[in-house]
Write a protein that binds this ligand. Structure first.
Ligand SMILES: *[C@@H]1O[C@H](CO)[C@@H](O)[C@H](O)[C@H]1NC(C)=O
Ligand SMILES: *[C@@H]1O[C@H](CO)[C@@H](O)[C@H](O)[C@H]1NC(C)=O
Ligand SMILES: *[C@@H]1O[C@H](CO)[C@@H](O)[C@H](O)[C@H]1NC(C)=O
Length: 464
């Protein structure tokens, strides 16, 4: 990728004068974010982990100069004549996390601002957790028979924004060893993938996605190319102050790790269920499941005007790390009180407050949705992905495809809102339009903190 560039730019620097490089290139310094690993016997231990910004947000310029290879929505096709050439000629630069991207850390807390204005305007961001004391390897999470816990402050995230904390099955080195043309790797946040098989990724498999690149009609910083980047995804947390969901999404068995799709495999448009990954997932959103007072900013059980703790447990068939994943449980802790996830408030679902294959089947039947989660492998497939290891992703974004209405409003907007599964949150169907939120809610932000994981029951105080 841009990375050939990095090595090339280094040799260029040695071969010629250093002066050209100094002051213009930003050193990549990963903000430190302490996390904890916990065991039942030993308690929690600090890990000196850090975060890295995704490659798509970075300045991409020529190796031997500072001409942009990509600007706004467009590749410079005089440089990027094709994907391979582009990977040779273009370099990915370091990031100024706070001033350009509005991303900062302090101790165990990460703050991500929505809109950041410097010499340019940055919208949203996506970062990955690097392994302890490493600058070039993502931490790989293997969470079967384990739990994952973090604190979140969504009080400054209104309708239409999504503060998301989730896992994607990216390569731990960002694809560096698999694709020799990728010289940047995890140090520069390469290798993103998820179950939507996104086409807006600028470099996939060590090549620029320049073929048939098409500018977005609504996002002046994005476009889509011929290829998509697919992989298994576990959405621990997609939320704003009005609604939240946790959602496993899986892909066909052949999709192990990051997988470049093209054509029908990407599951685009009318072919949503014909691709290799399950784009719908199987979500548990308390509001959508009939409990409209469980989560929110107006006297709800979970009061989103204040920070709280989110606990997610990955239960296996035999309660070992090798058994098949069978259930994903959720608990919250706020004001020192442990709060079990709400139960679904529909007759055929009333015994469920967690995600299992039975819950997914009953929920899809009730809402009349296609159970593509089951078709693609169900919860056991999610477990296989966690057995190989997944990368932690934290982001904040607005939604140019559906205004985040699938999360916090009635969706589809033309469906009868009294039909089970249509209402997902209290936000208006006219909310979440990117041009509105980027103008009116520019100073929104989310804080993720106190990330800890390990044995079931070891990461939070049960008797608090
Ligand atoms: C690229 O776009 C052209 C015209 O828009 C289309 O005819 C062609 O099939 C596309 N090619 C690929 C590989 O997507
Ligand atoms: C908050 O809840 C109260 C009582 O249910 C209701 O009367 C009021 O309209 C709500 N306010 C908002 C902003 O939703
Ligand atoms: C919503 O969840 C809370 C907490 O579990 C519970 O007390 C309340 O009865 C639930 N409401 C509905 C309508 O299910």
């Amino acid at each position: 990728m841009y990375q050939t560039s990095l090595l090339a730019s280094l040799s260029f620097l040695l071969a010629t004068s250093q002066a050209q490089q100094v002051g213009t290139q930003t050193a990549e310094t990963h903000p430190k974010l302490t996390t904890q690993k916990c065991t039942t016997a030993g308690g929690c231990t600090d890990q000196s982990t850090s975060i890295v910004l995704d490659a798509n947000w970075r300045w991409l310029h020529t190796v031997d100069g500072y001409t942009n290879c990509y600007t706004g929505q467009e590749w410079d096709t005089s440089i990027c004549t094709d994907g391979k050439t582009c990977a040779e000629k273009c370099a990915l630069d370091g990031a100024d996390y706070e001033s350009t991207y509005g991303i900062s850390t302090s101790g165990n807390a990460l703050t991500m601002n929505f809109v950041t204005k410097s010499s340019q305007t940055n919208i949203g961001g996506r970062v990955y957790l690097l392994a302890a004391d490493s600058d070039d390897t993502y931490e790989l999470f293997k969470l079967k028979n384990q739990e994952f816990t973090f604190d979140v402050d969504v009080s400054n995230l209104p309708c239409g924004l999504n503060g998301a904390l989730y896992f994607s099955e990216m390569d731990s080195d960002g694809g560096l060893s698999k694709y020799t043309t990728n010289k940047a790797g995890a140090k520069y946040g390469t290798g993103y993938c998820d179950t939507q098989c996104p086409h807006d990724i600028k470099f996939i498999n060590g090549e620029a996605n320049v073929q048939n690149w098409t500018a977005s009609s609504t996002d002046k910083n994005a476009g889509t190319g011929h290829y998509g980047s697919c992989c298994n995804e576990m959405d621990i947390w997609e939320a704003n102050s009005q609604a939240t969901a946790f959602t496993p999404h899986v892909c066909e068995a052949k999709v192990e790790g990051q997988y470049r799709c093209e054509g029908t495999e990407c599951g685009d448009g009318d072919n949503r269920y014909g691709g290799v990954c399950d784009k719908d997932g199987c979500d548990f959103n308390s509001y959508r499941m009939g409990n409209e007072t469980f989560y929110g900013s107006n006297g709800s059980t979970i009061d989103t005007t204040k920070k709280f703790t989110v606990v997610t447990q990955f239960i296996t068939a035999d309660n070992t790390a090798t058994g098949a994943l069978t259930e994903i449980r959720r608990k919250y802790v706020q004001n020192d009180v442990v709060i079990e996830n709400s139960y679904a408030d529909y007759e055929t679902l009333s015994k469920f407050n967690s995600i299992t294959d039975d819950f997914c089947a009953a929920q899809k039947t009730l809402s009349g949705d296609t159970n593509d989660f089951k078709t693609k492998g169900g919860i056991a497939r999610m477990g296989e992905s966690f057995e190989r290891g997944m990368v932690l992703v934290m982001s904040v974004w607005d939604d140019h495809a559906a205004n985040a209405l699938w999360l916090d409003s009635s969706y589809p907007t033309d469906a009868d809102a009294s039909k089970p599964g249509v209402k997902r949150g209290p936000c208006s169907t006219s909310s979440g339009v990117p041009s509105d939120v980027e103008a009116n809610d520019a100073d929104s932000s989310v804080i993720y903190s106190n990330i800890r994981y390990g044995d079931i029951g070891s990461t939070f105080n049960k008797t608090a």
